[in-house]
Design a protein around this ligand. Structure first.
Ligand code: HEC
Ligand code: HEC
Ligand code: HEC
Ligand code: HEC
Ligand code: HEC
Ligand code: HEC
Ligand code: HEC
Ligand code: HEC
Ligand code: HEC
Length: 589
């Protein structure tokens, strides 16, 4: 029992070292991110105490940061037309840790702290500071984004897309100057929008997962009070040429003069424009380079959030609806049937990855490990295109009507929808338009009016802060880099479950943690859990520990855990082992 006897305060301050002594992953990264900065004091650490006094190595702030999207796929060449500008969104929250036993952590706002990002090398030494020489975006940006910019507007090299009102973010540039996050919102989230990063590092090598360091800087003293490193995922551009290169299925109609441009990607793009012109004849006056979204509204080119605007956008359906409908339907908009094939036939993930991410692991988390496909969450092309064009009476709103975690994680062992605890389709099988299911037991649900990436849960902490980017929900598949973020924050991968990651001063035993979790790996909980069991109905524990309390899917140990029991016995759980009530003593009555 000795590791507990140091007392709650000491134990908590030593956080990882003490409580997670036996955890499985790289604790080593942890210490580099802990910066001491006692509340209300900007003093430097001049009379540094010896290591064994734990209070004084206690960190005061922690940054929870991740890329807001699972992956972006900017065009690399903008000379013909553009679908996506280079634009990654970083989001972060800053938690000020409690300093005294029982003191709660709090999310802090931008009056105290500024967040900044700068490039940092990954383990192989690859670093990505600037995009200037890696894309011709800035050569064409003024033409492409003319319709967004103020009359005198321009986009400077290394600067991201911006609107009339919205501020832009830049790459740090060759001097690696830290850039301040420009947005802060009511969910206490800092966002760096439209950062124009490319998948090419400064040595010219392809790197789809470059790193950025995020620093929290005290606005008064200018000192860095906490840091973390995020993974910034960037895929290859959408490759229209794989079907629209001359002679292929998307450039085969007679009567059209197909492109002979040597660059295959641009040949495909030119053919898309020629096909579009042949079918709709609308490009008169619109010269390359152009943006498809000039006429087909998309929020990905609307930094000011003003919505559909201008003659074409107001009359056309949204870009996502058009592009998925045109490819989910047959030639000339024919309804697919046994004799009419869709322009892109349904064929698992590759239906989508031909455009989204190519061969890269766009979708790379535990749901991918569990064998789910894009269609299990999003439905197929027709579902993504849900609109009158594909026979629906209603239209889905792209980027808003998305699948939800609660659609499959519909509750707990005691109360959930369907026949299994976790479902494998986010909608009812018979619904061809794949409307996301909503759960009645909201234990694992998003906020009703927000989707995953903007929702907050426990204590106002964002879902992303504890779970990571969409499609890269921690734990990610073996070999994927994203789990380095939770490893920095709590010493092991997976969802942020260690209460001490935020409640550094410890907390009294409770059942009010994220999703109704109790204290984890906490001596106080071992001593006190009986009281909670006895004070509540048995179902309070059955919800996660299983109906017969022998351990369930929701009571798996997140890390290797070792408990020394008062009777001298030691109980060890492997990571992922189901914790049951009879593991340490007889089955409670
Ligand atoms: C897997 C094959 C495939 C890929 C990849 C693909 N397309 Fe197509 N696309 C087709 C086929 C087939 C047609 C129908 C051709 C026809 O009608 O002659 C088509 C038609 C179109 C049309 C005309 C639709 C209409 O009804 O007006 C546009 C525009 C278009 N594609 C754009 C794109 C763009 C942009 C990309 C890349 C982001 C892309 N396509 C990628 C297969 C593909
Ligand atoms: C100058 C305005 C304009 C631009 C730029 C433009 N489109 Fe269109 N697009 C149209 C019009 C008009 C239609 C015809 C819609 C109709 O007939 O109802 C159309 C139709 C389509 C369709 C068929 C589905 C539908 O909504 O009717 C697709 C797919 C499409 N466009 C994709 C693209 C792509 C990809 C680009 C960029 C390469 C692009 N468009 C650029 C105006 C434009
Ligand atoms: C022909 C290329 C193409 C294919 C194939 C394709 N997409 Fe897309 N998808 C796009 C483009 C282009 C956009 C960007 C639309 C925008 O900017 O508004 C997009 C955006 C999206 C979005 C975000 C916008 C929204 O509607 O919510 C989702 C979700 C999506 N695609 C899902 C899928 C799924 C699932 C599949 C496979 C069933 C798929 N896509 C296949 C081209 C494609
Ligand atoms: C386990 C469910 C799940 C699976 C499987 C899944 N997605 Fe998603 N996807 C989501 C959720 C949830 C969102 C909304 C996330 C958010 O809040 O931004 C989303 C959003 C998207 C978006 C919009 C992203 C943006 O930038 O805003 C695209 C595009 C997309 N998915 C494509 C795909 C593709 C392609 C696949 C397969 C390779 C896939 N998804 C597989 C759940 C899933
Ligand atoms: C289409 C259904 C579906 C959707 C939607 C879905 N999941 Fe899952 N999820 C699963 C399945 C299936 C598993 C694997 C269950 C198993 O291992 O038995 C899983 C596993 C998980 C795990 C456990 C991973 C582990 O190994 O411990 C987490 C965490 C998770 N999901 C989070 C999320 C989040 C967050 C969202 C929303 C962004 C989400 N899921 C959306 C089906 C889904
Ligand atoms: C403070 C951290 C924290 C926050 C914030 C948080 N979660 Fe979780 N989440 C967890 C932990 C820890 C687990 C694992 C619970 C378990 O194993 O019983 C989990 C599990 C899940 C699961 C998977 C359950 C399973 O089947 O394995 C889903 C889905 C989920 N959370 C969704 C969300 C959503 C949606 C939000 C935002 C509304 C959110 N979470 C906010 C920590 C958090
Ligand atoms: C990512 C940071 C984070 C993690 C991890 C975290 N918490 Fe919290 N917790 C917070 C914040 C922020 C608050 C809000 C304090 C406030 O309301 O001012 C909070 C509040 C609480 C409260 C008091 C408010 C209430 O809801 O009654 C309890 C109890 C609590 N957390 C328990 C837990 C437990 C148990 C765990 C571990 C399973 C945990 N927390 C993990 C950040 C976190
Ligand atoms: C929201 C889900 C959830 C609920 C509700 C829940 N547990 Fe747990 N419990 C867990 C998880 C997950 C673990 C394993 C955590 C770990 O070690 O990573 C666990 C572990 C434990 C442990 C071992 C100590 C430890 O830190 O691992 C005890 C004791 C325990 N639970 C008792 C209870 C009792 C008693 C109740 C009812 C009053 C209860 N639990 C309710 C999820 C839950
Ligand atoms: C990791 C080991 C461990 C696990 C798992 C565990 N317990 Fe315990 N439990 C203990 C210890 C140790 C005690 C004695 C605490 C003390 O007296 O300090 C105890 C005592 C109890 C008591 C009081 C017994 C008595 O005779 O007074 C009850 C009731 C109880 N536990 C219920 C549960 C339930 C319900 C679960 C599962 C949800 C559970 N325990 C899981 C370690 C564990």
């Amino acid at each position: 029992m000795s590791q507990w006897s140091a007392g709650r305060r000491a134990c908590a301050a030593l956080a990882v070292a003490c409580l997670l002594a036996s955890c499985d992953a790289a604790n080593t990264e942890q210490s580099t991110d802990l910066v001491r900065q006692p509340r209300g004091s900007s003093s430097t650490n001049s009379n540094s105490p010896p290591q064994e006094i734990p209070e004084l190595i206690s960190p005061t702030y922690k940054v929870f940061a991740a890329n807001r999207r699972g992956m972006s796929f900017p065009d690399r060449d903008f000379s013909v037309f553009a679908i996506f500008p280079p634009a990654n969104f970083f989001r972060a929250q800053v938690v000020q840790l409690g300093e005294f036993p029982g003191e709660l952590p709090r999310l802090i706002d931008n009056s105290q702290i500024e967040l900044r990002y700068s490039a940092v090398a990954d383990a192989t030494g690859s670093i990505n500071r600037t995009s200037v020489t890696k894309t011709n975006f800035w050569t064409h940006a003024k033409d492409l984004y003319q319709f967004l910019l103020p009359a005198s507007g321009r986009i400077n090299p290394d600067e991201g897309v911006h609107g009339m009102v919205a501020r832009s973010q830049s790459m740090p540039g060759s001097s690696n100057a830290p850039q301040a996050f420009t947005l802060f919102d009511e969910t206490k989230t800092f966002t760096a929008p439209w950062v124009p990063i490319t998948p090419v590092d400064d040595a010219g090598k392809t790197n789809h997962f470059p790193r950025m360091k995020v620093d929290a800087v005290d606005k008064v003293t200018g000192t860095i009070v906490a840091s973390t490193t995020i993974v910034v995922p960037i895929a290859e551009p959408m490759n229209c040429a794989s079907c629209h290169a001359t002679g292929l299925v998307g450039a085969s109609r007679s009567g059209v003069i197909w492109s002979a441009t040597a660059d295959r990607a641009n040949q495909g793009k030119e053919n898309v424009m020629r096909l579009h012109d042949a079918l709709h004849g609308v490009y008169k006056g619109f010269e390359a380079p152009l943006m498809c979204v000039e006429c087909h509204y998309s929020p990905v080119a609307d930094p000011d959030g003003r919505g559909p605007y201008g003659f074409y956008q107001e009359r056309r359906q949204r870009f996502s609806i058009s592009i998925h409908a045109a490819h989910g339907l047959g030639r000339d908009g024919a309804t697919p049937s046994t004799t009419v094939p869709p322009n892109i036939p349904e064929n698992g993930n590759s239906t989508c990855t031909v455009c989204h991410g190519g061969n890269l692991p766009y979708f790379r988390d535990s749901m991918a490990s569990a064998g789910l496909l894009c269609q299990d969450c999003h439905g197929g092309m027709i579902a993504v295109a849900k609109s009158p064009m594909v026979g629906s009476t209603t239209t889905r709103t792209p980027f808003i009507d998305e699948p939800r975690c609660e659609s499959c994680h519909t509750g707990d062992e005691v109360s959930h929808l369907g026949s299994t605890l976790v479902l494998r389709k986010a909608f009812e099988e018979i619904d061809v338009f794949a409307t996301p299911r909503t759960a009645t037991n909201r234990r694992f649900a998003e906020e009703p009016t927000r989707i995953y990436r903007t929702s907050v849960g426990h204590g106002g902490v964002g879902c992303i802060s504890c779970h990571g980017s969409p499609h890269a929900i921690w734990p990610v598949q073996t070999g994927m880099p994203d789990d380095t973020i939770p490893s920095q924050l709590q010493g092991h991968g997976g969802a942020i479950i260690e209460c001490v990651a935020c409640h550094s001063g410890g907390i009294a035993p409770n059942l009010d943690g994220p999703h109704g979790l109790h204290n984890i790996a906490d001596a106080g909980w071992i001593t006190d859990h009986a009281r909670f069991y006895l004070a509540n109905t048995t179902s309070a524990c059955q919800t996660c520990h299983g109906l017969n309390l022998t351990g369930g899917y929701l009571s798996r140990a997140a890390s290797v855990r070792t408990f020394s029991l008062p009777n001298g016995r030691t109980v060890t759980y492997a990571k992922g082992a189901k914790v049951g009530c009879a593991d340490c003593h007889g089955m409670p009555r």
